[in-house]
Design a protein around this ligand. Structure first.
Ligand code: AMP
Length: 211
């Protein structure tokens, strides 16, 4: 099964993708996570991506498509995967079609997590991350001990690009480059809108019901 998660930054794509990944036992592929890991490890890809990510801009299509092509060709993707944060442009969506055609695979669902701009701002400003992949929110999904990950016990942190000045640019990029994908997948009969406003578990129940 191949599932694409669309939605604004902070809409809860990552949280839903993790839950879907454990329910269906297929890999969760987040281009944002791959970039962040490379930035942390100071790789060439990390250096290239960092200048865009820090400004809230999209990483160029060619760079992003290459990492996705490499990842989906790995053995663990044979039974499907969840794409979180890719595609983000029409170019990427077309490239994905080509990649999947070569693998003789097809997209099953495109889940569009719908939230208001105001929710995006509230959510991103309260988001806390952990290096183990857990995502928290200071009000909606707080850690049991303040600032400490429930799962691994490490300190949580605020993403560099979750700063208020960067959020604005990220939202602009979303509206300009990514929103047109809704129409793109609607025309292909793959788009399913999901109300992303309720609590993560409720959103997940809706996701599971529709697929
Ligand atoms: P995310 O964790 O999905 O919010 O991604 C964090 C940042 O990584 C984005 O703001 C972009 O700068 C970059 N990024 C992630 N995925 C993509 C993509 N598909 N295309 C371009 N840039 C991306």
């Amino acid at each position: 099964m191949i599932i694409i998660l669309l939605g604004a930054p902070g809409s809860g794509k990552g949280t839903q993708a993790k839950m879907l990944s454990s329910k269906f036992n297929i890999p969760h592929i987040s281009t944002g996570d791959i970039f962040r890991r490379n930035i942390k490890e100071n790789t060439l890809l990390g250096k290239k991506a960092k200048m865009y990510i820090d400004k809230g801009q999209l990483v160029p299509d060619e760079v992003t498509c290459e990492i996705v092509d490499d990842r989906i060709n790995m053995d663990d993707c044979r039974n499907g995967f969840i794409l979180d944060g890719f595609p983000r442009t029409i170019f990427q969506a077309n490239e994905l079609e080509n990649m999947l055609q070569k693998l003789q695979l097809e997209i099953n669902y495109v889940l569009n997590i719908v939230v208001t701009n105001q929710s995006v701002i509230t959510r991103i400003s309260g988001r806390r991350m952990c290096n183990c992949g857990q995502i928290y929110h200071i009000d909606r999904n707080p850690t049991k001990i303040d600032g400490i990950c429930d799962v691994c016990g490490e300190a949580t942190y605020i993403r560099d690009d979750d700063q208020p000045k960067t959020i604005k640019t990220r939202l602009q990029a979303y509206h300009q480059a990514t929103k047109p994908l809704e129409d793109y997948y609607l025309k292909k009969g793959l788009l399913i809108n999901i109300d992303g406003e309720p609590a993560p578990k409720e959103v997940f129940n809706e996701v599971v019901t529709v697929i």
